[in-house]
Design a protein around this ligand. Structure first.
Ligand code: CO
Length: 662
């Protein structure tokens, strides 16, 4: 055959003489990043990667993805792990295979555009810590958001992989916006920027096999850099799309080791290796070596993560992706958010509202962070809008998008929504059309000053600059300024085994069934006793019913350097001594006035007002982060702030009284 990339078969004894393929398909392994991000909420720990790291290095992957996306966020927030340390640690075991990371363009590994100084130093430090391939994407496919990071990647002598986020408005490739011409044009833009390779990033598993064929074929004909396909399994199409892309001459494919494959993750590598044996695209990988890696993962690692797997359904494909074309992760976020709000019955309204919100916001691709931005705004609309008013609660991120801070949308934003979103917007009510980061003030020096001595090196400063609230919390754990909460500590195989024993006991009917009596809320007079019965141990809370009333809230803001822990995990503080309760703001329970309650569960980012400040109705009192989106909460009344019950970093439940206005 004349075209070198077409798949050719040879007849041979595959076991004995497996000739080296003329044009082997290159493979990037995603197990250590997108794999556990997709299946286990990004909770993979470095210590669970080490047992297979050296073997993975032997497979012959083009690259292993080790970082980026949500890992940076999750590691410091939920795992008490320094994200920088992960790259350095894995590099000691994986010495031959290049490391790849997912870089969200000017969003870096966060959810907004950062200033140029932070973007540049972030890339430099990632490279210095061991990153080799920078898979760079922008949620709007606005490559002006690459203009700062790409020269930095090149200056470090590293590989710049440019992404085209794959999205669509029709059931298949085509339509007014996201048609074949669109993808070819984007490929040419990336080539002109100096891309060392070009990745079609199909984060939702939307690409149909014949569309994958068409796009790869068209890109191979019009640009020189190698073409890479990243396609999630979510809809069930991606293994077929891989094969069609290979037939069209794709250079690199993304897969996972089988324990981390399928569902919302990626197709497994092993079936592809067998499929290509005896062809001119044979990967050359040793299937026995991969079996060895899988055995270790299954035996020593997977049991620790099993509980995180969404096994509520039998089917491993998500039919909703085929129906609604929304990324799997986005859907599970929406479902979780609705569940927390006791509004799961509104899911069909959410499905109906989603395409409307997306269209209003410029028909943007749905990928982090735009998938969250569109998703959360959709939920807000369904929960808070009424027949008189649409877009009643607009998130800070939607306001930023309307201002142009994320870049240029594929089609213009609905002018009415834009106007409403920008009313009173601090940067100005007129949207910008320049490169977004051009309007951002440098941030690095400010971050350095703010974090002060808590940061011991530039990597700490960057962590803080990207994640001021949780980053600061992490640094306090890292340097022993605050105790590490139990819920961020790793679980051991011993704990897993103990739990399995318990489940076994329960299944055998040897555990006493719990009574379904509703327990009253625990009061402040609760005292805890340890009770030992033979070898069993129970922790019992004892509380006198009808005791003297006690102060139920401490004014946390006024307290000197309080330890901050997630509210759910924090032990109840001891009742305050009366002497300490000087004229600090009284507790919410004691104050007359209008309460501002949390409309949704979330985390306090900051209070814009202090106790004693005057507010007018509608004025922002505080910013609440819910599902990673910031919501400015308006004052329900005019008056004076009488009480503030939480502080920055605190987790709050729905309906918690955040402050009282009197
Ligand atoms: Co992905």
């Amino acid at each position: 055959m004349s075209e070198h990339h077409q798949v050719e078969m040879t007849t041979m004894n595959y076991d004995k003489d497996r000739p080296k393929a003329a044009n082997p398909v290159k493979i990037e392994d995603l197990t250590l990043r997108d794999g556990h991000q997709s299946l286990f909420a990004t909770r993979g720990r470095t210590e669970d990667m080490i047992p297979v790291a050296e073997l993975m290095d032997e497979v012959g992957f083009w690259a292993v993805e080790t970082w980026g996306g949500a890992t940076f966020d999750t590691m410091h927030r939920f795992l008490n792990e320094d994200p920088w340390e992960r790259i350095r640690t894995l590099k000691r075991y994986i010495k031959k295979t290049p490391f790849s990371m997912l870089l969200r363009g000017q969003n870096l590994v966060g959810y907004r555009n950062y200033a140029d100084d932070v973007a540049k130093v972030f890339v430099e430090r990632a490279a210095a810590n061991g990153m080799d391939v920078f898979r760079t994407f922008d949620a709007l496919n606005d490559y002006r958001n690459f203009e700062t990071v790409v020269p930095a990647i090149k200056a470090c002598g590293k590989h710049f992989q440019g992404c085209i986020c794959y999205t669509m408005t029709e059931p298949r490739l085509g339509g007014e916006v996201y048609n074949l011409d669109y993808y070819v044009k984007k490929g040419k833009d990336l080539e002109a920027m100096g891309a060392d390779s070009i990745c079609i990033k199909d984060m939702a598993g939307l690409i149909a096999p014949y569309d994958a064929y068409a796009i790869v074929k068209a890109l191979k004909a019009s640009v020189k850099p190698p073409i890479h396909l990243h396609s999630h399994f979510t809809s069930g199409m991606s293994a077929m799309s891989h094969l069609k892309a290979i037939e069209a001459g794709v250079d690199i494919i993304d897969t996972c080791m089988s324990p981390y494959a399928y569902r919302t993750s990626h197709p497994a590598i092993e079936p592809l290796v067998m499929t290509l044996i005896g062809t001119n695209r044979d990967t050359g990988f040793d299937i026995k070596l991969m079996a060895k890696i899988n055995e270790i993962l299954e035996r020593d690692v997977m049991p620790k993560y099993r509980h995180l797997l969404d096994d509520t359904k039998m089917s491993i494909i998500d039919i909703n992706v085929l129906l609604h074309q929304t990324p799997g992760g986005m859907l599970s976020n929406l479902v979780n958010q609705l569940r927390e709000m006791d509004a799961l019955d509104k899911i069909d309204q959410v499905y109906a509202e989603l395409p409307r919100v997306r269209k209003d916001l410029g028909q943007i691709p749905l990928v982090t962070p735009t998938s969250q931005i569109v998703g959360i705004q959709t939920v807000n609309n369904v929960l808070f809008d009424d027949e008189n008013e649409r877009y009643k609660m607009i998130t800070g991120q939607v306001k930023d998008l309307c201002y142009g801070l994320y870049g240029k949308t594929a089609v213009p934003i609905n002018a009415e929504v834009q106007k409403k979103a920008l009313k009173g917007y601090p940067r100005g009510e007129e949207p910008i059309s320049c490169r977004p980061a051009q309007v951002l003030e440098p941030e690095l020096d400010k971050a350095k000053k703010e974090v002060g001595a808590l940061a011991k090196d530039i990597d700490d400063v960057i962590l803080y600059a990207l994640y001021p609230v949780t980053g600061k919390k992490f640094l306090s754990w890292k340097y022993d300024k605050e105790p590490v909460p139990a819920d961020v500590k790793p679980i051991t195989m011993e704990q897993v085994k103990a739990k399995q024993e318990l489940v076994k006991k329960a299944l055998a009917g040897k555990l006493v069934e719990k009574k379904e009596k509703q327990a009253p809320a625990k009061g402040e007079n609760l005292r805890t006793f340890n009770v030992f019965v033979d070898d069993d141990y129970f922790e019992v809370g004892v509380e006198e019913v009808g005791g003297k009333p006690v102060v139920s809230y401490v004014q946390q803001q006024a307290a000197p350097a309080p330890t901050s822990k997630p509210a759910a995990a924090a032990p109840k503080p001891a009742p305050p001594k009366p002497a300490v309760c000087k004229p600090a703001a009284p507790a919410a329970a004691d104050v007359d006035g209008t309460a501002l309650r949390a409309p949704m569960p979330g985390m306090i980012v900051k209070y814009e007002k202090n106790v004693g400040d005057a507010v007018t109705v509608g004025e922002t009192v505080l910013v609440l982060e819910a599902m990673k989106m910031e919501n400015a909460l308006p004052s329900p009344a005019s008056g004076t702030i009488k009480a503030i019950n939480f502080k920055s970093g605190d987790a709050v439940a729905k309906n918690d009284v955040l402050c009282v206005i009197g």
